[in-house]
Design a protein around this ligand. Sequence first.
Ligand SMILES: [Fe+2]
Ligand SMILES: [Fe+2]
Length: 188
Amino acid sequence: MSITKDQIRKIEQFVESKLDSLNWQHTLQVRGLALKLAQSEKADKEIVEAAALFHDVGKYQKEKGHAERSAGLARKYLEKENYPVNFVEEVVYCVICHDYPWDNKPELVNTIEAKVLYDADLISWLSNFGIIKQILYIQEQLSVDFPKALDEIIKKIDQESRKAFTKSGKEEVQKRVREIKNFYRTVL
Ligand SMILES: [Fe+2]
Ligand SMILES: [Fe+2]
């Protein structure tokens, strides 16, 4: 299908109205990264862009399960706006997959668009912007035991970075992992 600029703008307005500034900026960054990956991985850019915009919209609530919540909101929005059924299903699938649902089963992430969104979100988490998010996330542990908290975040970076799906995603992730580890090593 071909989405118009107005349709994209309307989705942007809807998502921005639901999110705080931190999550909205993250969403914009993921959209940019996902479109770049979509280009090199030959994924459908319209599905990827819509999915990237919706992927964290469920974070308007703090409770767990934001991926499913985001997918539900995306479905409701896209169906109400009369998007084609296939498009809705593809977007919703990408959004559900972006947070490894189904008990951590990566083999269930099957479309190139879902893989691209997953990798873009991961690259965002490893970016300088992501460092700010990581620090916010572990701020309590940092107050209790600063070196241990940093050590744990480096371990988590190693674990998560292995989950990239696409060739271009993996390359970018490896580059970012080196840089981010160097950064954390300079802190202590
Ligand atoms: Fe997410
Ligand atoms: Fe995200």
